[in-house]
Write a protein that binds this ligand. Structure first.
Ligand code: F2R
Ligand code: MG
Ligand code: MG
Length: 338
């Protein structure tokens, strides 16, 4: 349960603190540390960091899973559309907006169709499915259900295999982390590779690329084995962009790299603070990479690893504690597990 709370809360924090640098090409570490230092002041009442589309959509996933006590694509799609129309200024991707508008039509028969129509029928490869995948990892006790529902949940907006397979990878990483897998980092990455070998052994995926996530995860493993890795090398090997392929493996690497103290980061930082700071220093899609890494790291360190001051100054962080508790209670009751 502590891991579930840590995962949902740290995902919100990653989104809120990462928003400051989203889209920046270069982010000096000094600016990151200054930004994170200022959270203590904001917690005293001088301001609140707003969440973006990452958290807005994850909250819809949580509410749908809680209300329907299972995966219900109609309900989830309706919630995405309603949330977008109530708060369109949360920084959504320019393509997904078309899907969200179509999902609000009462005439719509197949809720997966708008996503299939994206990008001339190719579907989106963006990380919007992955950024909201963590609640599936918290809810479903079996890994096979986590994979199945993370995929279906992502396909409501992302029908390209590069989009929904990124969501599966993210949800699996959170799920394994919740079950203590980060205690053995080498086994963790090997398990993700073997699971993705199976996920990507599929005709639709092969039409897009040859096991692209497996190939990236091998790069993560290579980087883990190196003594020194520069920010530039991480960006050139793994990416820091808006595509799921260029951000989900990167988030996983950030978590693994920051399991130990790093010379460039303050010794006063715990593992979660190190992870989020490191994600921000990469630049690019910082809110989303920090949101995804936050979920994986938060599952490992638990809610006790999350600084209280950061929770107080991020919109939606306190709600996330309660949502995680409710998801845990609902989905881990004996009758739900049978
Ligand atoms: N969109 C942003 N940030 C930039 C703009 C912020 C906003 N304008 C502001 O200033 O407030 N952040 C959020 O978007 C990412 C998630 O995006 P998602 O949900 O995947 O959206 P979409 O539109 O489906 O895909 C994103 C872009 O990727 C390119 N793309 C995707 N599939 C493509 C394909 N098959 N062919 C060509 N291009 C494709 C397009 O450029 C899409 O617009 C997160 O970072 C979230 O924080
Ligand atoms: Mg965002
Ligand atoms: Mg983003």
């Amino acid at each position: 349960m502590m891991g579930s709370e840590g995962a949902l809360v740290a995902a919100v924090l990653g989104d809120c603190v990462g928003g400051e640098f989203e889209g920046a090409e270069e982010v000096p570490l000094d600016s990151v540390l200054k930004h994170l230092d200022s959270l203590d002041e904001e917690a005293k009442g001088s301001g609140i960091l707003e969440y973006s589309d990452d958290t807005a959509m994850a909250r819809c996933v949580v509410q749908s899973l809680l209300t329907r006590a299972g995966f219900d694509e109609q309900d989830m799609a309706r919630r995405f559309a309603k949330e977008y129309s109530a708060s369109p200024g949360r920084g959504y991707g320019s393509g997904v907006i078309q899907v969200l508008k179509k999902l609000s039509s009462p005439q719509l028969r197949d809720v997966y169709q708008p996503a299939r129509d994206q990008f001339n029928g190719r579907g989106s490869f963006g990380n919007g499915g992955a950024m909201r995948a963590s609640p599936f990892a918290l809810a479903f006790p079996d890994l096979s259900d986590v994979k199945r529902f993370a995929r279906l949940g992502a396909m409501l907006t992302h029908s390209c295999s590069l989009g929904y397979n990124g969501a599966i990878l993210q949800a699996m990483a959170v799920h394994l982390s919740l079950h203590g897998a980060l205690e053995l980092p080498q086994q963790f990455i090997s398990r993700l590779i073997s699971e993705m070998e199976e996920v990507e052994d599929d005709e639709l995926t092969r039409m897009d690329a040859d096991k692209p996530f497996c190939e990236r995860l091998h790069r993560v493993r290579d980087l883990m084995g190196r003594n020194k890795v520069s920010i530039e090398e991480v960006i050139s090997e793994l990416g820091n962009g808006i595509a799921a392929l260029h951000s989900v493996p990167t988030a996983i690497f950030c978590v693994l790299h920051c399991l130990q103290p790093r010379d460039c980061l303050p010794v006063s930082y715990g593992g979660l603070e190190r992870t989020l700071a490191y994600c921000l220093a990469l630049g690019g899609d910082t809110d989303t990479i920090a949101c995804m890494a936050g979920a994986i790291a938060g599952a490992h360190y638990g809610i006790e690893g999350v600084p209280q001051a950061w929770i107080r100054c991020c919109e939606g962080a306190e709600d996330a504690v309660m949502s995680a508790e409710r998801l845990y209670m609902l989905y881990h009751r004996p009758q739900h597990m049978n």
